[in-house]
Ligand binder design. Structure first.
Ligand code: ADP
Length: 195
């Protein structure tokens, strides 16, 4: 399986790039943000619990996100691979994912880290708020999401660096350019596998 993680702060363009990657490499797109928002739309007790966190710009507790992710991954092990978008976001999540994928003998191949300057991220989130309709796209919440990212998610870079899996991509470049750099990294990985 070709299992990729796309990693980056809110507003880094992960969702856009994931859509491109899915098309080119025929992977399943697993966005925990999308799964959680679907839960919110259903307005179930779980959805209401989830919205308390998302609407404040906080991370949803690991056990809730894990249940959503576990069911999806274990239900689709016949796929050519996954792109994990927005997961993992904490070290606990990263370790749980590593364990599950090791058990399935289908580890993460690459972690694509999309890097964008903080002010640019903020401006993008504010620009997006006009048409996204997302309850967490406003100035105060955007600032908090960026802070939560720095505190809880950024440490994952060292975690994956220790596994030699990080590829850093300049996310300030135009969308097509970012995509072609990602493809170069993925194709490089695939070529090495074939030798
Ligand atoms: P973005 O990367 O633009 O913030 P996402 O759609 O990935 O958008 O996530 C939106 C929100 O969903 C997050 O701010 C968080 O509250 C929740 N969320 C998504 N994925 C996770 C996760 N892996 N762990 C905890 N919370 C999550």
């Amino acid at each position: 399986m070709l299992n990729l993680v796309i990693f980056g702060p809110p507003g880094s363009g992960k969702g856009t790039q994931s859509a491109n990657i899915v098309r080119k490499y025929n992977l399943l797109h697993l966005s925990t943000g999308d799964l959680l928002r679907q839960e919110m739309e259903k307005d179930t007790p779980l959805g209401r619990e989830v919205s308390k966190f998302i609407d404040q710009g906080l991370l949803v507790p690991d056990d809730i996100v894990w249940r959503e992710l576990y069911d999806y991954v274990t239900g689709h092990m016949d796929a050519p691979g996954f792109i994990f978008d927005g997961f993992p976001r904490t070290i606990v999540q990263a370790k749980a994912l590593d364990c599950l994928l090791e058990e399935k003998r289908a580890p993460i191949c690459l972690v694509i880290s999309v890097e964008v300057a903080e002010e640019e991220l903020f401006n993008r989130l504010m620009g997006r708020s006009e048409d996204s309709g997302r309850s967490d796209d406003n100035a105060e919440i955007a600032r908090r999401r960026l802070q939560v990212y720095k505190d809880q998610t950024l440490p994952l870079i060292s975690y994956y660096k220790a596994q030699n899996k990080i590829v850093s991509i300049d996310g300030m470049a135009p969308v097509d350019e970012v995509f072609s750099r990602i493809c170069k990294a993925v194709d490089g990985f695939l070529a090495k596998q074939k030798v």
